[in-house]
Design a protein around this ligand. Structure first.
Ligand SMILES: NC(=O)c1ccc[n+]([C@@H]2O[C@H](COP(=O)([O-])OP(=O)(O)OC[C@H]3O[C@@H](n4cnc5c(N)ncnc54)[C@H](O)[C@@H]3O)[C@@H](O)[C@H]2O)c1
Length: 356
């Protein structure tokens, strides 16, 4: 990639949201829904999860053009018991079904201490941490699971049948700026990091993926033809199966390798999700829970450092530090990434994404 292409451009959060909303509305998404989706994509880019932010707009719009993602769909909620509900995503944006699902889980937990929501017929919801943060903002603990398109083999196989489906969870903290947020793909890294390397024309570490012949590769294009490697061998593989049990089998959505991929324009995705919200003050006061979380934070981050380590972080802390920085400095993109997004703006006849 040329030096100009590698130069960093900065986009303000306000311009980011405006651009995403304009493109979505021009492609048939109702304004209120475009606001929710733009919030989710902005959170990913602010937290440094660039693999799941506004760069995903072109592929999502392509799915709308291929009529495999319904821009007008409204998710539908069905209460099943006092603590369990189901959302039918109606093949609309996954962000909308997830937002409705976690909202209902929170309301049930406020009433009954716990709320479980299963989501079917949904789409990719990007970075899972925004859903965890939604629960934390309501002073709730949360489990956030999804399944996804096949990208990873079961341990011992070289054929992709499982997703690199992220497992996420979190809990509120005394210091609201440092809640516990774990959001991790069960692969060595998220597949989005390989798409990002491909976009940026750089190679990848040799332990991320195998090519189509089952050999380790540093070439992102060859890696995308092959399989992602699970983290921790059979344990990462088992976690991706766990995501499929709770999100796919349980919900009635696709599973076992049949979920459609975000870059596969030949079929609908039929993703399933699984959310649980839990009231943290079931067994003690909220103040005591938060004080115990603070003690945990301090114990975790003040241990004796291993050689070469500058600082010990709490899960989710690096992403929150990114967010604090990017809110000040803007969100970095490369010029080819800006150009790809602006192609959609041109096509939709809306103002181009502003950057400096
Ligand atoms: N929707 C989907 O289908 C889908 C699929 C795959 C991935 N994703 C998203 O991709 C994103 C990236 O996933 P990933 O597995 O590459 O994440 P990652 O490896 O960057 O981080 C995983 C977790 O480890 C924590 N962590 C990382 N470095 C740390 C450190 N030095 N100290 C303490 N904690 C640390 C992070 O806070 C995070 O909670 C996630 O947001 C995930 O939701 C989404």
């Amino acid at each position: 990639m040329s030096d100009t292409a590698q130069q960093t451009r900065y986009v303000t959060p306000a311009d980011h949201q405006q651009f995403v909303q304009d493109v979505l509305v021009a492609n048939g998404v109702p304004k209120d829904n475009a606001v929710i989706i733009s919030h989710c994509l902005l959170q990913a880019d602010l937290r440094g999860v660039d693999t799941h932010g506004a760069n995903r707009i072109p592929s999502n719009i392509e799915r709308i053009r291929h009529k495999i993602l319904d821009p007008t769909a409204e998710p539908q909620l069905r209460q099943v018991t006092s603590v369990a509900a189901q959302v039918d995503g109606k093949n609309g944006f996954g962000f909308l079904a997830a937002d409705m699902g976690m909202q209902r889980a929170i309301e049930m937990a406020q009433e009954a201490g716990i709320g479980l929501v299963s989501v079917k017929h949904s789409n990719h919801y990007g970075m899972a941490a925004w859903i965890v943060q939604k629960a934390i903002d309501a002073n709730m603990m949360a489990l956030v699971f999804t399944n996804s398109s096949p990208a990873q083999p079961a341990w011992g196989s070289r054929e992709k049948r499982m997703g690199v489906s992220p497992l996420a969870c979190g809990a509120p903290a005394q210091n609201d700026a440092r809640p516990f947020i774990l959001d991790m793909a069960p692969s060595v890294v998220a597949r989005g990091k390989i798409y990002k390397a491909l976009r940026r024309g750089v190679s990848i570490p040799g332990d991320w993926a195998l090519d189509s012949e089952g050999k380790p590769t540093t070439d992102p294009a060859r890696a995308l033809e092959g399989v992602m490697l699970p983290m921790g061998g059979p344990k990462g593989s088992a976690l991706s199966i766990m995501m499929d049990v709770f999100s796919g089998v349980f919900s009635g959505s696709a599973f076992a390798g049949h979920v459609g991929g975000p870059y596969d324009f030949s079929k609908t995705a039929d993703v399933g999700h699984f959310f649980v919200a839990i009231k943290p003050d079931l067994f003690m006061s909220l103040a005591e829970f938060k004080s115990r979380m603070q003690y945990l934070y301090e114990r975790v981050t003040t241990g004796v450092k291993a050689e070469g380590v500058d600082r010990i972080y709490f899960p989710g802390e690096i992403e929150l530090m990114n967010k604090e920085k990017r809110l000040q400095e803007g969100i970095p993109f490369t010029q080819p990434e800006i150009d790809a997004m602006n192609k959609e703006a041109e096509r939709a006849g809306v103002p181009l994404l502003k950057y400096s």
